[in-house]
Ligand binder design. Sequence first.
Ligand code: AMP
Length: 477
Amino acid sequence: MNGAGSAERRPSRRRRRRRRGRTGGPVAAPSSNGRERQPNEAQESRGRTGGPVAAPSSNGSERQPDESKEPRGRTGGPVAAPSSNGREWQPDAAQEPQAQEPQESWFGGIKVSGLTARALESMGYQEPTSIQGEVIPLVQSGRDVVGQAQTGTGKTAAFGIPLVEMLDPSSREIQALVLTPTRELAMQVREDLFRIGQYRGVRTVAIYGGQAMSRQLTALEQTAHIVVGTPGRLMDHMERGTVRLDRLKIAVLDEADQMLDIGFAPDIEYILRRTPRSRQTLLFSATMPVPIKRLASRYLKSPAWVRVGGDAEPVDEVQQVYYEVSERERPSLLDELLRDKSRITQALVFRRTRMGVDRLESFLRRRGHDAQAIHGDMSQAQRSAVMRRFRAKELRTLVATNVAARGLDIPAISHVINFDMPDNLEEYVHRIGRTARMGKTGTAIIFVSEWDFPTLDLIQAHVGDHLRPADPLSLRR
Ligand code: AMP
């Protein structure tokens, strides 16, 4: 799609309105089988919980250390020295001794412990990203923080680094909690926290639905300093008494807008009410609709507001193009686009429904494409296997529902394809945030059919000239 829009001027509004009346031939008109679309399929995406407005209590951009909080010095020094009574958790033998580690070190301009610096180096993190540069010092100073940032900006380490540093690995208490909307994100965050905390002896356990309870119980019994989980399963554990959060120092709400979208607001409330009031709270969200601001004003204390990019601003490096195509011609258009392997190296294709995802996967496979589906009807093991293949670049095309794709850390895919139109602007921004990550460029494509123009108008009103009609000839280049 590169350069697709450059040769063609944007059609005037009048021209586009006229085209909307057409139900027939697509702009790019590949052959069709027309059997794909099932308009009545149950939607996987759920409506937002909505709720009344409440402005955030403060947006103080200045630092004002919260006096009500206990000071939280960094533990800095050597790793988990549980030693004492033999019942406490002993760090893996594989972990290296920390005797020679410097007490303090630097990550860009941020002071971190020598052990964390070593972990970051082993992860290939040389400099903080912009959100890390802003958020880490605030969290280290004890502030509550609302961070507006999409996946791909480095937000996990933005909270992960200070979080890992403030914990006491010699304690057996759960000291930190990260709530995520999906199991995939929970697993990814756990993995990142594990790596950041690997030399400090910090134990992180992921808790999510779809995995045997017994496995999580064993992990919890062996000590968890950090619990990363989806709200539903975490509540199960709290009700059974297998997770206690009364010693929590810090709670993180990750992808808070998605959690509200899924309907987790009451669960978040249940969970936070069972944590100490003195806790530090961080909230991350790609978008800042009113219910998120309300959540922040309710559960965060005079938070600092940090924003990377504008409100619902798509990543600048994403090229955005749309194809006008009749509903029945969409599968064939996708087939044709995917044949250009030099341009589309990896694609994430969004559909609205689970059934739609399955049908499209079968269609693409019949056409010889390497495609796999991911959605909520699949077992956790199946989903993980697909994601592993996609991340390892063994799989070229992933067809996903919104919910399944939320929060997935997919490094540098070349294309996000909105096969079905997103329901709203925020969803679009989320979707296209899956490409052009960490400075790499990417392309987002939207298929626009008869009924999609109002949403296209909304998106276009927001992103303006960033979104252009694709040059139909680009298909046959
Ligand atoms: P996130 O927004 O947390 O999902 O991070 C997006 C990607 O950026 C992940 O693959 C991280 O491993 C990577 N990343 C995060 N911080 C840094 C950094 N400071 N330097 C290099 N890569 C990073």
